[in-house]
Design a binder for this molecule. Structure first.
Ligand code: SAM
Length: 345
């Protein structure tokens, strides 16, 4: 093979084996490998890991070896024994107790998203999500589909919240939000982004608006006693009256919906928004020529298999918001996964 053919073949293998890499990561999270090693006072050998997790010695050894090559673990030899411990990556992002842990998102990707991606070919053929094939749930009943059980809903809410422990600060700091004392986070889920907002702008108050199932779970599992600046309101943002506010946050909301439904929601916000107020859209933005970033293109396919929506370019968002009579479109790339758009009424 010449050099370019060699590279092409390596790339091909990397892509076709990509799902195995995801599964190694998901499985180590599911089994609690990173939590065990985070809690252990010293590095552990694979036999000890297997005994403590109640897993097979052979399977555990193979899993830990793969984790080491993926830089999820480090291995050192002590006498006759190889022992392993977490790397910076797994200590920070995978051990459950870390403040920046992304553990729940890995479990959600493994237990829900991965199953939908098994039907990507059908999604591309049909142009719609694959909940019916993956879980036997009608694809037009997104809520039944996304919130199939309380446990799965909690997993989803925890997974979504985890992203803001990494990106929330940059997203909230992208624009000066101090002129907006009353903010409404529409589809705000657990309230994680709202809390990032009030920690940066201590003078502001945020109302988190979401469907009743989500608000109930948010109050039960995510709210803090004595929390004054963040409150919750339940309702359907397509039908029910929206809380009056100076600024509406739409974080990872528009990407769930068709252009028609986005326009309907934006028109409703325009109707309720105070004059001089605005909307802060937080999404992963596609490049204008749609050639990247790859992560956003993959998220767009994820929207295909799991929702009615897609990721969009800044120009596409600009068209949507200006057709709802908002003006002054500005966007900022944060350099992280999520970018920010501000428009005014
Ligand atoms: C992808 S999640 C994003 C959550 C949060 N904004 C974040 O970025 O972490 C979409 C949110 O929109 C909420 N949502 C969907 N349809 C809704 C509706 N019709 N009315 C109110 N909230 C809705 C969902 O319950 C969910 O919390």
């Amino acid at each position: 093979m010449d050099c370019s053919e060699d590279r092409a073949y390596r790339l091909l293998n990397e892509y076709s084996n990509g799902f195995m890499i995801s599964q190694v990561l998901f499985t180590a999270c599911e089994l609690g490998v990173f939590d065990l090693l985070a809690e252990a006072p010293e590095p552990l050998g694979s036999a000890v890991v297997a005994a403590r997790l109640g897993t097979s010695p052979r399977g555990t050894e193979l899993l830990l070896d793969a984790c080491a090559s993926l830089e999820l673990l480090t291995v050192e030899t002590r006498g006759e024994r190889a022992v392993c411990q977490n790397t910076e990556l797994s200590r920070t992002f995978l051990a459950r107790a870390s403040p920046k842990s992304q553990h729940n998102m890995q479990l959600y990707l493994s237990r829900t998203t991965y199953l939908c991606w098994g039907h990507l070919a059908a999604a591309v053929r049909e142009g719609k999500n694959q909940y019916t094939k993956a879980f036997g749930v009608p694809s037009n009943e997104l809520f039944t589909a996304i919130y199939r059980s309380e446990a799965e809903q909690l997993q989803f809410m925890r997974g979504l919240q985890e992203a803001w422990s990494v990106h929330g600060g940059a997203v909230m700091a992208a624009f000066d939000l101090s002129p907006f004392p009353l903010i409404c986070d529409l589809g705000g889920g657990s309230g994680a982004l709202a809390r990032e907002c009030v920690s940066l702008y201590p003078e502001c108050r945020v109302i988190v608006f979401d469907v009743s199932e989500v608000v109930r779970m948010a109050k039960k599992h995510f709210s803090f006693p004595g929390e004054e600046q963040v409150s919750f309101r339940e309702g359907d943002f397509f039908k029910d009256p929206l809380p009056e506010a100076d600024l509406y946050i739409l974080a990872r909301v528009l990407h769930d919906w068709t252009d028609e439904k986005c326009s309907h929601l934006l028109a409703r916000i325009h109707h309720t928004c105070k004059p001089g107020g605005g909307i802060l859209v937080v999404e992963s933005l596609l490049d204008e020529d749609r050639r990247g970033p790859l992560t956003t293109q993959l998220y767009s396919l994820n929207m295909l298999v799991q929702t009615e929506g897609r990721e969009r370019t800044p120009a596409e968002y600009s068209t949507l918001v200006s057709s709802a009579s908002f003006w002054g479109f500005q966007f900022k790339k944060t350099g992280k996964i999520y970018d920010v758009i501000l428009v005014r009424k």
